[in-house]
Design a protein around this ligand. Structure first.
Ligand code: ATP
Ligand code: MG
Length: 584
């Protein structure tokens, strides 16, 4: 492709809305353009990379025997009613009506459509297992679309669904996808880690997220410094503090004026924060958006509440719970802002962290202005409706598996695999008959890769960008080679450029030829910005058949005879182009 003829424009300025390197560089390099918040178009060069990522994904899915299809993006509400997710999915789902007033959504994911397809066509155990996938746009009306393709409202996702006879079959399908994902992200040049994950709105029993490690990621993972425990912070189990074998002391109400926070009360009383009980109040909503109930959570004062664990304990969707305005809850449940404790509440659900029963003689709010109570003990003084681990695993906490200290890291969730079991097949009636004509629900798994998010995450890897621009790995680079012709129109340079272009193209190398009548400085800047892995400069040396050869990743420029430059480029491209060299 000649750059002079392509639809291509780079930006010198950093666009206002872009905050992280990958987003800034994609916009500056002219790979994507914004249409509206969370909506982007892929420009020709960016789209070439998207197609390469998609093809890596296709190769790895096909290698596991999964078959590609494409469903409609529009999905009828009836299917989602069947699975129970029409309401449960919440405000992220784009809901629309057709001209007759019938409800549809723009698919945020596609478990229902695939389950419906299977239930119509699969009847016998002989037809299982089956695995199907598609690569298509998904739509989610994200509350905070940001960081470009990282969290957009229309994005490209690969989603697979596996259908098995039993759990054993599912285990194999799950492991196949786990392996395939490892291959995909390796071939894309990501540094990543699979971690245990919560199942969220998709549901099911087991799940892993594939997290590309980089400081700009929105996901936080917790991992052990000694064993291989690694999980999202949302999911990670916590170890309860050791139960205390001490005598329970009598309750004592104390005057603690103005001490509304844990920090204030503990410093006022001269105790450490881990001797206090922290109260957090919530209100939940039903499917129609009406207030359903109040929830009071209690955890040790120095701990942080884990919202995912709370939502799971209450068995409600994430969007149906909010912090309650404590000021307004005095009459309704007996709370007193800043002084709420587990004793004296009424008309609310009490959720208590699992370690509190083991801890003795703690300090809690007295549900009375400017007062706390000392020596509060579980069972004797208060009880839980739900007793469960509500804690967030923090850095330095003991590992739930081996006890060694935990570390945190940031990353981007580029893919997730789920064991769904029969979560969809039972309500939607997707069954098969066994050898004895007995019906069983089909056992399912589902597996997603954010193609557009991966596209951007690749750039955020520290090794894939520098202050001058993107440094694409060969496997996903829009082109392998950029020819930077210093003086288009110069007979010698034109001849050499054309020879390079034709010979390399013939040998399967993808070449971009910068034949624009621009200053050399502009061309070099653009070449660095768009990050094509091999740069060949055709300048004065062309008269002697000599060109300059440089890898984008390295600073060293080498002079080569034209045929040597071709041989060099072909060799490295053949080695690197499918990303399999990363397996070494
Ligand atoms: P997140 O927690 O980041 O919102 P999710 O867990 O809801 O994502 P999944 O339902 O697991 O996402 O979707 C599969 C994959 O699709 C994710 O691993 C991610 O790579 C991608 N993805 C999800 N939401 C978005 C989005 N808004 N923009 C771009 N990619 C997305
Ligand atoms: Mg996910």
């Amino acid at each position: 492709m000649k750059l002079s003829q392509s639809f291509f424009k780079t930006l010198r300025e950093v666009p206002n809305e872009a905050e992280i390197p990958s987003h800034i560089l994609l916009l500056r390099a002219g790979m994507i353009r914004k249409t509206a918040a969370g909506l982007y178009s892929y420009m020709p060069m960016g789209f070439r990379t998207i197609k390469k990522i998609e093809n890596i994904v296709r190769e790895e899915m096909d290698a596991k025997g999964s078959q590609e299809i494409r469903t409609s993006v529009l999905q009828p509400s009836e299917l989602w009613e069947e699975s129970g997710r029409w309401n449960a999915y919440g405000p992220e789902m784009w809901r629309i009506k057709d001209r007759n007033g019938r409800d549809f959504c723009l698919g945020p994911t596609a478990e229902e459509i695939f389950t419906e397809m299977i239930r119509n066509d699969i009847t016998s155990y002989r037809q299982l297992p089956i695995s199907l996938y598609q690569i298509s746009n998904k739509f989610r009306d994200e509350a905070r679309p940001r960081f470009g393709m990282m969290r957009s409202r229309d994005f490209i996702m690969k989603d697979n669904y596996s259908f098995d006879k039993d759990e054993e079959g599912l285990d194999k399908s799950y492991m196949d996808m786990y392996d395939a994902y490892t291959n995909v992200f390796t071939r894309c040049g990501l540094t990543f880690r699979p971690v245990e994950a919560d199942t969220g709105a998709i549901g099911g029993s087991n799940s892993h997220e594939f997290t590309a490690l980089c400081e700009y990621g929105e996901s936080e993972i917790a991992y052990c410094t000694s064993c291989d425990m690694a999980a999202t912070v949302e999911k990670a189990d916590c170890v309860d503090a050791k139960a205390e074998e001490v005598e329970m002391l009598p309750l004592e109400k104390v005057h603690t004026p103005g001490t509304k926070t844990i920090e204030e009360v503990s410093s006022f009383l001269g105790i450490t924060e881990d001797r206090t009980i922290k109260a957090l109040l919530f209100v939940t909503y039903d499917d129609e958006g009406k207030e359903k109930e109040y929830v009071a959570c209690f955890i040790r004062g120095d701990r942080e509440l884990n919202m995912t664990k709370l939502v799971n304990a209450l068995d409600i969707p994430e969007h149906s719970i909010e912090f309650a305005d404590e000021e307004k809850l005095n009459e309704k449940i007996g709370a007193v802002a800043g002084f709420t404790g587990p004793m004296g509440l009424h008309d609310c659900k009490i959720v208590v962290d699992s370690e509190l029963p083991g801890l003795k003689n703690l300090c809690a709010g007295a549900c009375e202005e400017d007062h706390h109570v000392l020596n509060v003990n579980y069972e004797r003084d208060y009880k839980a409706d739900i007793l469960v681990d509500l804690k967030t695993l923090k850095e330095g906490d003991p590992c739930p598996v081996c006890g060694a200290p935990i570390k945190h890291a940031r990353g981007v969730e580029v893919g997730q695999v789920f064991k769904l079991g029969t979560k969809y097949s039972v309500p939607m009636g997707a069954t098969y008959k066994d050898e004895n004509q007995k019906d069983h629900p089909i056992v399912m798994g589902c597996y997603g890769i954010g193609i557009s998010r991966t596209f951007q995450a690749i750039i955020d890897m520290p090794e894939n960008h520098d202050e001058n621009g993107i440094i694409w790995p060969f496997s996903v680079a829009p082109y392998h080679v950029i020819l930077v012709e210093m003086k288009p129109g110069d007979e010698e340079q034109d001849k050499v450029s054309e020879e390079l272009y034709n010979e390399l193209t013939k040998k399967g190398v993808e070449v971009l030829w910068d034949d624009r009548k621009e200053r050399p400085g502009v061309k070099f800047k653009d070449a660095d910005l768009i990050g094509i892995p091999i740069q060949i400069t055709i300048g004065r040396g062309a008269a002697d058949g000599v060109v300059e050869y440089k890898l984008r990743r390295e600073s060293e420029k080498v002079e080569y005879k034209v045929e040597d430059a071709i041989a060099k480029a072909v060799e490295i491209v053949n080695l690197e182009k499918d990303g399999r060299h990363f397996f070494k």
